[in-house]
Design a protein around this ligand. Structure first.
Ligand code: TTP
Ligand code: CA
Ligand code: CA
Length: 647
């Protein structure tokens, strides 16, 4: 389409005008979350870990390959899926289905080693090895950089939403392209409330995009309006981004282009692999009505189950029949209206370009369980090396970023106990400091009793904050030895000052961190050595006065169900998938567990999940022994999304 094509008449006699105003067009340039022309994309890598292995090993594209972790499969490429191989079956079963499939074990840290590696015998050595997801994290970073490189530096807004996915707010870029292509749009007008002329009545060229059918009340004969044109331009941008990732790094990914994050995320999963789906505004209802609402971002998990139980329906179309008042009455005002809006395709959450790491986690599930402090300490050493290496990469030595808290979780008898302690400020973090802190909290958990046999140990550092950059930071870089140390200590003091300064920018940035990605479901990471890397920064635990470590709180494994033990089928409610072996199910469970830890603070403070009631056997009760609950991050709502409270 070009600007040489005639605009429809905009004289006072013309009856047809765009539904959109000049003001709304201007809002597009600002990526306003309420702008009706807004364009958001979600891009998700296809069979991500599997593609990483294919690229690393130089395997031809049509070769079936799955990524193995012990006896489970954690990622399966599309050629292997054709043989019926899935995450739900074991490596042994996969081998039967397709003897020539490549089953590549993930890299592991071997007890005593300084660095992870790909070990040929890893699958048989679960007791002495620990999974490393570093290779995937590194690829993830390259892909993110490549995507960013395709977008204009001054107009891009990219949110890393998990290890293999991003949200892009394309609004500002689309706005600039619209003005280039249709200079008439920038012609002078008297009143910002004036309606725009209609776009030229050309058929829009969607190329190979999967277009979601229009709502029943709409027809393809209706003239496109600017929201259609905007989304088309968005779709062109996504096609270019995907092509660049393919060309430069050899990865395929799928995209969803729509008016908001929630719709774009559903869109990217709609047709896979290597395709993109466009959900025009006129197609939203049609698109959503086919879904189970539990598939919608933030509507899975406990809230989803609660809604199914309350309203006796699983589908969006079923829930659409429930009046707003009833939703509010049953779910509370905020959650009720949020659900009401969401199933109608309304989502004003913003794309947050602050995609820095917010937490790091290193963990190990034990089969058989471990039974002594000595055994636990050995694993703590590995966790610390793992986390420390990543901290160094993240710039902790230069004080670019620094975690505030270290947390240890021990799973015993289906429940997870945890303790945490602040990482002392004013000192450069090193392995010894981390190990000593981890050992101290391990000792405390042990003192409280009931940790052996322990089925899973997880160590995390959280509460990452920006250190000081600028003069002091650079000084610290250039100095050596004691001078450097002194400079760094100064920097650390500065961190405190920056923290406390009630500057406007600081506030905004923290506000913006909000709930971004709290549902990044594909954070990645069984045996969790790191998940999606976008954990909420302010996620501190409540501190007991007079005791640096915090109260133990108990977290049970996320809600999963043993569906039919007699035929050994294990059902994950959250994913709606049945696992055929306990191993696969456990590995998937670990992945959820890790993700849930990562999302914990955000979920409690920002999502429409009902607060868990204290008591044994509940899920993720964060209340300490003194009954306090909630993290300090509470209250940081995503811009455009009101904070949701549950009583
Ligand atoms: P997903 O994006 O859910 O899946 P995928 O990329 O493997 O496949 P798709 O083409 O359907 O997007 O997860 C991203 C990575 O996270 C995946 O490659 C491996 C990891 N992962 C696990 O380790 N365990 C799990 O249970 C899931 C769901 C993902
Ligand atoms: Ca994926
Ligand atoms: Ca994903």
């Amino acid at each position: 389409m070009s600007s040489s094509q005639p605009f429809q008449q905009s004289s006072p006699t013309a009856t047809k005008r765009s539904r959109f105003t000049y003001r709304q067009l201007a809002h597009l340039a600002q990526s306003s979350t309420t702008c009706p022309l807004r364009v958001i994309a979600h891009i998700d890598l296809d069979a991500f870990y599997a593609q990483c292995e294919m690229v690393r090993l130089g395997v031809p594209e049509d070769t079936p390959l799955a990524v193995q972790q012990w006896q489970s499969l954690i990622a399966v490429n599309y050629p292997a899926r054709k043989f019926g191989i899935s995450r739900m079956i074991t490596a042994k079963e996969a081998r039967k289905l397709c003897p020539e499939a490549i089953l590549q074990h993930v890299a592991t840290w071997k007890e005593g080693d300084e660095k992870w590696a790909y070990h040929k015998d890893a699958f048989a050595n679960m007791a002495t090895h620990k999974v490393s997801l570093d290779p995937y994290r590194l690829e993830s970073r390259k892909i993110l950089a490549c995507m960013k490189g395709c977008l204009p530096a001054d107009l891009q807004r990219v949110e890393k939403a998990g290890i293999d996915e991003v949200f892009l707010d394309l609004s500002a870029q689309v706005h600039s392209i619209l003005l280039q292509r249709y200079p008439e749009l920038s012609s002078p007008h008297d009143d910002p409330a004036e309606f725009l002329p209609l776009p030229p009545t050309t058929v829009l060229d969607w190329q190979a995009d999967a277009l979601v059918d229009l709502d029943a009340s709409e027809t393809e004969d209706d003239d496109p309006d600017w929201d259609d044109v905007a989304i088309l331009i968005g779709s062109e941008i996504v096609r270019d981004v995907r092509a660049a990732v393919r060309k430069e790094l050899k990865y395929t990914c799928s995209g969803g282009i729509a008016h908001n994050k929630m719709l774009s995320k559903l869109g990217s999963a709609h047709r896979k692999p290597n395709q993109q789906t466009v959900i025009r505004n006129r197609a939203i209802q049609q698109f959503l009505s086919d879904f189970k609402f539990t598939k919608i971002r933030n509507l899975g998990g406990k809230l989803g189950s609660q809604i199914v139980a309350t309203f006796d329906t699983e589908t969006v179309s079923g829930l659409l029949e429930v009046p707003a008042d009833r939703l509010k009455q049953k779910l509370g005002d905020d959650t009720g209206s949020w659900v009401y809006q969401t199933i109608r395709g309304v989502d004003q959450s913003e794309v947050n370009s602050r995609t820095q790491i917010k937490s790091m986690l290193s963990a190990k599930s034990f089969q058989p369980s471990i039974n002594s402090r000595e055994q636990a300490s050995k694993w703590l050493r590995i966790f610390v090396s793992d986390i420390y290496a990543r901290l160094v990469e993240e710039g902790v030595l230069e004080n670019k970023r620094r975690p505030k808290t270290i947390n240890l979780y021990c799973r015993h008898g289906g429940q997870t106990k945890s303790r945490q302690t602040p990482i002392p400020q004013g000192k450069v973090i090193d392995e010894t400091i981390l190990f000593d802190l981890a050992s101290k909290i391990l000792g405390q958990i042990i003192l409280e009793g009931n940790v052996w046999p322990c089925a899973n140990l997880s160590l995390s550092v959280t509460g990452f904050e920006d250190g000081v950059t600028g003069n002091m930071g650079i000084g610290g870089f250039l100095l050596k030895g004691d001078d450097a140390k002194a400079a760094r200590e100064n920097e650390n003091r500065d961190v405190g000052e920056v923290e406390d300064r009630p500057g406007k920018r600081q506030k905004t940035e923290r506000g913006e961190r909000g709930i971004q990605g709290f549902f990044s479901p594909q954070g990645g990471g069984n045996e969790v050595d790191g998940l999606g890397e976008t954990h909420e920064g302010g996620g501190d635990w409540p501190f007991d006065e007079g005791d640096n470590t915090t109260a133990t709180h108990q977290i049970t494994s996320p809600q999963r169900e043993l569906k039919n033990a007699s035929i050994e089928s294990y059902f994950c409610k959250q994913c709606n998938e049945s696992f055929l072996s306990n191993d696969s199910f456990q590995s998937h469970n670990d992945w959820h567990f890790a993700k849930d830890l990562q999302d914990e603070d955000r979920r409690l403070s920002h999502t429409p999940q009902p607060r868990p009631k204290p008591g044994p056997g509940n899920t993720k009760n964060k209340a300490g022994k003194n009954g306090r609950s909630g993290g300090s991050s509470a209250g940081k709502a995503e811009k455009g999304q009101s904070k949701l409270n549950f009583g």
